[in-house]
Design a protein around this ligand. Sequence first.
Ligand SMILES: Nc1ccn([C@@H]2O[C@H](COP(=O)(O)OP(=O)(O)OC[C@H](O)CO)[C@@H](O)[C@H]2O)c(=O)n1
Length: 346
Amino acid sequence: MEDPVFTFGIIADIQYADMDDGYNYTKTRVRYYRNSLSLLQGAVREWASESVTPQFILQLGDLIDGFNVSHKSSEASLKKVLTEIEKLKTPVHHIWGNHEFYNFSRKQLMESRLNSSRVQATLTTVPEDGGDPLDSFYAYHFSPSSKFRLLLIDSYDFSVIGRDPSSDKHIKSSKLLRQKNPNEDKNSPKVLDLVETRFVQFNGGISAAQLSWIKAVLETSDKNKEKVLVAGHLPVHPSSTDPICLTWNYQEVLDLLQSHPCVVAYLSGHDHDGGYHQDECGIHHLTFNGIIETPPESQAFGTMSVYQDKMVLKGRGLVPDRTLLYRKKQRMAGKSCRQSAGKMEK
Ligand SMILES: Nc1ccn([C@@H]2O[C@H](COP(=O)(O)OP(=O)(O)OC[C@H](O)CO)[C@@H](O)[C@H]2O)c(=O)n1
């Protein structure tokens, strides 16, 4: 078999805390807080023993659990987990999830080892909108190999968590939550239907500024005939996740991704049960199972081998193997495949 152009490791929702096993909020799933570190160690060992060490690791967010806050162990837990993942001596690209914001402020995150845009500075482009960097979003892109690009986006850009209560983004997202979610506890999806359940406080959305930044990146990639893999903590397709985990403005994000032929995949975490869907434009939506709810005797991570004509995911434990062919349906830049279909037939 031909060699891949590049390979990378993927892992999601480790949510480490030095505490006994517990449950998720609805008491339907066990959370293995302490053992999540052992599963991470196992993943690192396996990646290190592959014939070719992955070029980088994509960590899809929620590296340590929010419980660390009450245990006053956020710094210690973060250090422990980063020490393990960094043993691989390969770059790690970090997405920020809701649990990052329970543990740390945006300012702390920007200055921490979780700011991989800074660590990988030579490879990346970070948006500069001229305003206060703390009101901005954490998103960047890099090219792991010629004609391929990884684009990391900030699912909590427009959110009440991680935003200063006096900020415009906090005020507006809090207003949106009040409009969409009648429950006193805004983390509760009670009485909300299907995709409306996404309007809970532990989710967030993508601001207009970030959407236009993403659009500009994708336009350049379209022009340069690149293939782009987009990654964020929250899923954006209702068929790839339990709807309670969706990005608030998932439809806007989907419309944007689907109108750029360069986009081949969207990778996310958050829904610990995982999910997969190939959308009508051929984009592969992969939601990775969370380590935190993976039994100690199992595993949940993957190695993605990227080829010119496909991606091959070698899954471990709960993550299945998949061969992901690039889209067959043609799309025109700036139009979704649905809009393009009619035009191309003429
Ligand atoms: N129905 C719910 C669910 C959660 N909460 C509270 O919201 C906060 C975050 O919840 P948590 O389960 O820790 O979030 P995760 O990111 O680990 O998982 C997302 C799941 O996959 C979604 O199903 C926390 O404070 C919970 O207590 C809530 O109040 N009501």
